[in-house]
Design a binder for this molecule. Sequence first.
Ligand code: FDA
Length: 301
Amino acid sequence: MTVLRSAILAAADSPRIRRFVGRYGMRLGAARFVAGETLGEAVVTLRRLNEQGLRTNTTVLGEGVENREATGRVVEAYEEVLRLIAAEGLQTNVALKLTHLGVLIDEELAYGNLERLVAEAVGLGNFIRIDMEDSPLVDVTLRIYRRLRAAGHDNVGAVLQAYLYRSEDDLESLLPLRPNVRIVKGAYRESPEIAYPRKADVDAAYARLVERAIAEAEFTAVATHDERLIDHAIGLGAGPDRFELQMLYGVRPQLQLDLVRRGQRVLVATPYGPDWYPYLMRRLAERPANLMFFLKSAIRK
Ligand code: FDA
């Protein structure tokens, strides 16, 4: 992870920066990455993307919830999302974070909340992916994923982060389950004791994970904007029933459309909601040019 990226993620914890960005961020650039603050706004964007031939997923932004009752409201929000997706006939599934469902309070609470949603989703023909958060949560996240699969829920997917040394072993241990797995580089601040600090090593690990997943997993989502890795994945020759490319809303939109025109299956991760601050900060950290754009907008105001 570059020094600048790490510095942006560290600065994101500052209450002053949080207050400033929280107040002006949506107007200053967050709207580029977030499909609005309400479900109604998100649906307009999801429909537009679907009409362009792009599949989508959506996320109610939020994480790190430490209040039991609040997790109940998150579950209700996702139930509304799942019902609306079905009612509107959208090609949209759901990606969510376990810390939004209460895993920091109690693993059983998070498991129960997620199982309720996965059961609701299967009845509506939908699918839920469990995003991967920072490294202290990897074990519990994979444990919950395995428990759901053991309980017979197949409409659920996992994520592995190429920057973690452990991820290749994690993938091997998941492969007997024939998982639906998304491979990402990793978006959190991690120490070199557990994560590759050099981009070249992360990219090499990414390519290895994708090769292995495409060979053995039930379905592989290659989630990156890195054209070299996208071409590498396409070159492996898997069909759209086994593999899709995934990118973030607002990041390289022209590339998304070009890939659709080239016959690729592409999903755009399209989050919404008022709690967009940590999500925005991770997007700014990924690309310093985004931070410059954000700062210039702030100065112009
Ligand atoms: P890399 O950072 O090397 O970027 C390659 C190129 O893409 C850059 O040169 C630039 O042109 C462009 N680019 C990348 N990020 C950009 C940005 N923010 N703005 C503008 N251009 C950008 N992480 C995680 O830890 N857990 C998770 O569950 C997920 N889930 C997830 C889902 C999906 C669909 C995607 C696409 C990504 C994630 N991530 C994630 C984030 C992921 O770990 C990673 O931080 C970002 O994808 C950025 O890395 P790239 O693979 O794009 O490569």
